[in-house]
Design a protein around this ligand. Structure first.
Ligand code: RP5
Length: 298
């Protein structure tokens, strides 16, 4: 198990560098995202999360006094697909929802006695769906696009500043119903940054739970993360332009500091992508830039 830093709001991860004698660049990274923001942060409009002691996080441990506030955002209710044509949200009546998956990237879906899916990372201190449209897993896709800035010797990523909270993020988004995830990666990239790239050959980085501050006991995000490193002139010819969900778009230098400031679990996804790429193509990414990221796990 890695460590958490409550003041900075890191997630917790189990990583080789947390184990003596192992090196994050040389060894396979085992990314396990644990809930931090999902327990201690919440977006504007949410009620305060109920306290959940570490030892009662798991649904398998009884917590008879657990009585979290219930919250579903008005935007979710207004976009109920059973009432509004084209609505992106499920019905508020969980029993009326068709097609709840039996399996998610995190394993078999567990439900409570009311049929509500249970967050695979345990109790989050808020019942209902919050700002998330789907009961259970809300599937997302995150395209990591990197390049080397030769002038500064940096590795940079294409990042957006989110309109909802001003945080820098991978230009990801939700998978539409029936959509192939490669398509979602390319579509979200194009919608949020104006950059059009074929993501079908991108390298898989991660699939699973995201520590998103919108998470609740009954709704959470699971993402497919893929990485494309652009070489030579390709990246310089692109002309990124912020789309509707983004305030700004830029090539963001990847540093220990910028990684920690990224939205949700995105810092872990980016460092995981770089470590994996560096093992496959040793020598291509600037050594100094990589060395500067070692402290990310400390
Ligand atoms: C994060 O929320 C995911 O990693 C993905 O980047 C994003 C999807 O939500 P929206 O950007 O569509 O709000 O948890």
């Amino acid at each position: 198990m890695g460590k958490s830093d409550n003041k900075k709001g890191w997630s917790i991860i189990s990583a080789p560098s947390a184990k003596p004698g192992r090196d994050w660049l040389a060894d396979e990274l085992e990314i396990r995202i644990d809930p931090y923001r999902a327990r201690f942060e919440w977006p504007e409009g949410y009620p305060r999360r109920a306290e959940v002691p570490d030892e009662q996080l798991s649904w398998s441990v009884p917590f008879p006094d657990y009585d979290p506030p219930y919250y579903v955002a008005p935007a979710v209710l207004d976009n109920d697909g059973t009432k509004k044509p084209g609505g992106w949200a499920d019905s508020e009546d969980v029993k009326a929802v068709e097609g709840l998956p039996a399996e998610t990237f995190e394993g078999p879906l567990q439900v409570d006695e009311q049929g509500r899916p249970l967050n695979p990372r345990g109790r989050c201190g808020i019942a209902g769906r919050g700002l998330l449209g789907k009961w259970g897993p809300n599937f997302a896709a995150d395209p990591i696009i990197t390049r080397i800035n030769k002038k500064f010797g940096d590795i940079e990523m294409l990042a957006i500043q989110r309109r909802d909270n001003g945080q820098w993020a991978i230009p990801g988004g939700m998978v539409d119903k029936g959509e192939d995830v490669s398509r979602t990666l390319a579509r979200e990239l194009a919608e949020e940054t104006g950059v059009e790239l074929d993501m079908s050959g991108a390298d898989p980085v991660y699939r699973g739970f995201v520590d998103d501050p919108r998470s609740t006991d009954h709704a959470w995000i699971e993402s497919t993360v893929k990485h494309l490193h652009l070489e030579g002139e390709v990246a310089d010819k692109l002309d990124p332009e912020a789309g509707s969900d983004a305030l700004t778009v830029r090539w963001l230098p990847i540093t220990e500091r910028s990684l920690h400031k990224l939205y949700a679990s995105h810092g872990y996804f980016v460092v995981g992508a770089l470590a994996q790429f560096n093992r496959r193509r040793p020598g291509l990414l600037p050594e100094n830039a990589l060395k500067g990221l070692a402290g990310f796990f400390k």
